[in-house]
Each structure stands twice: as structure tokens, then as C-alpha cells.
Design a protein around this ligand. Structure first.
Ligand code: SIN
Length: 494
């Protein structure tokens, strides 16, 4: 529940063309599972209850893990072509229900319907992509130094996978992981973000309809038992891999727990993305890039720009143009057609944004657009100038709609400042000097770079970080590699 009353007080439940996509049970072994204990899921824009889902615990997780382990025995033996066909059918089913899935997503997450439609298509693209990768898990032949021996490698699925999801992309973070896992021949047990279980459950309804076999995909919902379920997934010997998107602090804990059974891990963790505007940049393009990168999902993506560095000669022009555009934003319920930005996910997120803003202002920052909490989980998209390195935003991801603008003088200085963080997920910069584009791209310590580009995410490209932003890559031709083991076979007696 929000700490203060929202300025959007009530909204009617969305009309779905197919109301049976809205499921309120957990999903284990192709059965919808209820429990006497449930927890409420709220619309973050209004605080109204959307519905209730089961409060599951470690014992439920063990049941789901057993289902996934049993299903693995047969799913891992299917051909890549069989898995391709099922993933492709799931993709088609998602796209056929895009509007309903988008409405469910907006309702529970708050992002605008336009963004939600985009997320459904982005999410589905991972199934299309990984359907096509399922038939391409090639092995190798290695020239043998021994006349009577032949060396080959094959790729095999790692086993049942535990998947722990965040709130910010309730559809696409699931599909990015599940697409790769299923394509490789793995089965999955998923814990969705407690705030957003309905998108995940709707995907299961479609999985069942298209014929994904029992036990291949399982979902356990929880609010209060997240730590217990996380520990079970990370320590249960039947689970062979953990894939997590979320904070670095939780990621470190999960890696520690997973080490007890030496699981493979994929960790897509926090960032603190620099966004650099050089004085040779196309300023209008840089403003558009900054708006897209900073304010996507109301600032709640791991790849959102967090520190915007503008070279002194173009600082005032960039700041004025950015503020003018931000002043055009319309904050409101995601279902309203003119809303450009929805609420934050909960009052803790609002409090963090307020804390970062107060800290910046107390140290000399000047608000030139927005700056106000609007009640409930809403916060105005905000631009602050005069940012300095001692402010919290310089060090910590805000995960909210504050664009803090710092100045800099030289390329050398800004590379050093941009890299001066334990994190390394995404980094962005704008410059029209081709030599600088190469130099800066190579020197930024991050897994992904947007060079004259504010939106970098795509199923075709590898998503992931370096340093404390994580391990592994999702999407692209590399994504499936995190879900297979390479086996070397030495064939003798030839
Ligand atoms: C994330 O915020 O974790 C994912 C963002 C994206 O896929 O673009």
C-alpha cells in the first residue's frame, strides 16, 4: 500500500477479451494450485487490490522442483526441432493475446499501455529467437593427436533451473530466461516478483494451451517467503542453475547459497549507467536518447541512465532542451491514453527517489523540471542541474525518474569518472567523432554500450554486465550457452 493517497484514486478493472488469462493460482506440473494462505496484489497507481495469489513456501518449492526434475527426464530428450515448434507456438499465442497481456501488465506494474504492448512484443521476441536457437546447439570435432582416438564435444542441457524475477519487466525478464532454458532442454521453476505475478501466470496459461508438457514450466508465488523459497532454489541439489535479475546485494547472496551445490549462475544485477554527452554530439539526438534511456519504465530499468555527464560547452543547451521535453510528460494511470509515465512500483521506491533528490538539492543541485512527489506512488519526472560527485546519485542507482546533470571538461576525465563505480551494466555516450566513438566504446567498463543510442535492448544482442553488475549473457546467440554444459567425448579404439 502507498504511504500517501494517490492522485489517481480508482480505476475500473480492465476488460480482457479472454478473461481466463487472468489466473490467481500458482502453476505446478500443469496444475493450477491454490492454498488457504494468499497475499494481495495491488495496482501501484491506485493502491486498489487487483486480486490474491497463493503464499507458497519452501515445501511448495520442493514440490515444484520435483515436478521440474521429473519433467527434465523427458524434456531433455526432445529434439531441438520439437522444442523449436513448441516455443514458436508459445510465441504465436503471446502475440495473438498481446492486448490482454499488456492490460494485465499495466494493471500490476503501472507502466503505460503503450510501453506494456512494447514489452509483450519484446518478451515474445525471445521465444521466437530461442526457438530458432534450439536447433543450433552445435558441438565440435577436435583434431585428435592420437591416431586411434577421435575427440568431439556435445552440448547438453544443464538441468532444472531456478529463476527469480524482478517487478520491472514481468513479461520480458521471464521470457528472456525461460526461452533460453527451454530451447536448451532445461525445465524451470520460477518465482515472479511479488508485485507482478499475473503476467507470469498468464504466460503459463498460454504455455498449457500450446502444449508445453507438464512440469517443464512451474511458477511459485510468494510475498513473505521469498527468502525461504530463494534458499530452497539455491541449495536444492535437483536445481542445476540459478538465473536471477535484481539487486547486486541479493545476487551476491544467491551466488553464495548456490555455491553449496556448485550451481551454474546467471546474474543480471544492478547498474549505475553513465550517459555522456560530448560537445561534438548531435544535441537533439542526445536529448532524445537521454529521455528514452532515463525515463523508460519511469526510470525503473537496470539500464536506465543514472549519471548524465554533459561537456561544459553544451551543458546549458542540453539542460534546457531536456527540461523542456520533460515538462511535456504527462504522469498518470497507465490505462489513460495520454499518460506518458506511470507510477513507481511502491512507496519504498518513491522514498528512495525523494531521498536522492533531497540529497542533491541539499548539496547545491537545482531542480529545473519536475521535482515533486504527487501522492501515492507517483513522482514527477525531474531534471536537476549542478550535480557533483559527492551526491548519492553519483554513487547509487536511483531506479526512478530523476535526471541529474553533471559537467565535465575532457574525454580522459570523463572516462575515469564514468568507470569509477563497482557497477558495469550499461553505458551511453553521444559524439559525432568516429575516432572518439571507438575509443570511448572500448574504454567504458560495462557489458553494453549505447554509442549514439539510448535504447540498446534486443533479443538479437547479448544483455549482461561486468564488475558487480553480474555474470552471464541473456539473449543473442550467447544466451543459450548459459543453459548448456559442454561434454567432451574421447572415442578410442578406432
Ligand atoms: C532490466 O531492467 O533488467 C532489463 C531491461 C531491458 O531488458 O531492457
Amino acid at each position: 500500500m502507498s504511504a500517501t493517497k494517490s492522485f489517481v484514486t480508482a480505476v475500473a478493472a480492465p476488460q480482457l477479451s479472454d478473461p481466463s488469462l487472468f489466473r490467481q493460482e500458482a502453476f505446478i506440473n500443469n496444475e493450477w494450485v491454490n492454498k488457504p494462505q494468499t497475499f494481495a496484489v495491488e495496482d501501484p497507481a491506485t493502491g486498489q487490490e487487483i486480486g490474491r495469489v497463493p503464499e507458497m513456501d519452501g515445501e511448495d518449492a520442493r514440490v515444484a522442483i520435483k515436478a521440474a526434475a521429473d519433467a527434465f527426464k523427458t524434456w531433455s530428450k526432445t529434439t531441438g526441432k520439437q522444442r523449436h515448434d513448441l516455443l514458436k507456438k508459445w510465441y504465436d499465442a503471446i502475440m495473438a493475446n498481446q492486448e490482454d497481456l499488456a492490460k494485465i501488465l499495466t494493471w500490476e506494474n503501472g507502466k503505460t499501455l503503450t510501453e506494456a504492448r512494447g514489452e509483450i512484443a519484446y518478451g515474445a521476441s525471445f521465444y521466437e529467437w530461442f526457438a530458432e536457437e534450439a536447433v543450433r546447439t552445435y558441438g565440435t570435432t577436435i583434431p585428435s593427436p592420437m591416431p586411434g582416438q577421435r575427440y568431439v564435444t556435445i552440448k547438453q542441457p544443464v538441468g532444472p533451473v531456478g529463476i527469480i524475477l524482478p517487478f520491472n519487466f514481468p513479461n520480458a525478464m521471464l521470457t528472456r530466461k525461460v526461452g533460453a532454458a527451454l530451447a536448451a532442454g532445461c525445465t524451470v521453476v520460477i518465482k515472479p516478483g511479488a508485485e507482478v505475478p499475473y503476467s507470469a501466470l498468464a504466460l503459463c496459461e498460454l504455455a498449457k494451451r500450446v502444449g508445453i508438457p507438464a512440469g517443464v514450466v512451474n511458477i511459485i508465488t510468494t510475498l513473505d517467503n521469498a527468502a525461504e523459497i530463494g534458499t530452497e532454489l539455491c541449495t536444492n541439489p535437483s536445481i542445476k542453475k540459478i538465473s536471477f535479475t535484481g539487486s547486486t546485494a541479493v545476487g551476491k547472496l544467491l551466488v553464495k547459497q548456490s555455491s553449496s551445490t556448485m550451481k551454474k549462475v546467471s546474474m543480471e544485477l544492478g547498474g549505475n549507467a553513465p550517459f555522456i554527452v560530448f560537445d561534438d554530439a548531435d544535441i537533439d539526438a542526445a536529448v532524445e536518447g537521454a529521455l528514452a534511456s532515463k525515463f523508460r519504465g519511469t526510470g525503473q530499468t537496470c539500464v536506465c541512465a543514472n549519471r548524465i555527464y554533459v561537456q561544459r560547452g553544451v551543458y546549458d543547451e542540453f539542460a534546457a532542451k531536456l527540461a523542456a521535453k520533460v515538462n511535456e510528460f504527462k504522469v498518470g494511470h497507465g490505462f489513460e491514453p495520454d499518460t506518458t509515465h506511470g507510477p513507481l512500483i511502491n512507496h519504498r521506491a518513491v522514498e528512495k527517489v525523494q531521498r536522492h533528490l533531497d540529497d542533491a538539492v541539499s548539496k547545491g543541485g537545482k531542480i529545473i523540471a519536475g521535482g515533486k512527489a504527487l501522492g501515492g506512488n507517483f513522482f514527477e519526472p525531474t531534471v536537476v542541474t549542478g550535480m557533483t560527485n559527492d551526491m548519492q546519485i553519483a554513487k547509487e542507482e536511483t531506479f526512478g525518474p530523476i535526471a541529474g546533470l553533471f559537467t565535465f571538461d575532457t574525454e580522459e576525465e570523463i572516462i575515469e569518472r564514468a568507470n569509477n563505480t563497482p557497477f558495469g551494466l550499461a553505458a551511453y555516450f553521444y559524439s559525432r567523432d568516429v575516432g572518439r566513438v571507438w575509443r570511448v566504446s572500448e574504454q567504458l567498463e560495462s557489458g553494453m554500450v549505447g554509442a549514439n543510442s539510448g535504447i540498446i535492448s534486443s533479443c538479437y544482442a547479448p544483455f549482461g554486465g561486468v564488475k558487480e553488475s553480474g555474470l552471464g549473457r541473456e539473449g543473442s546467440h550467447l544466451g543459450i550457452e548459459d543453459y548448456v554444459n559442454v561434454k567432451y567425448i574421447n572415442m578410442g579404439g578406432i
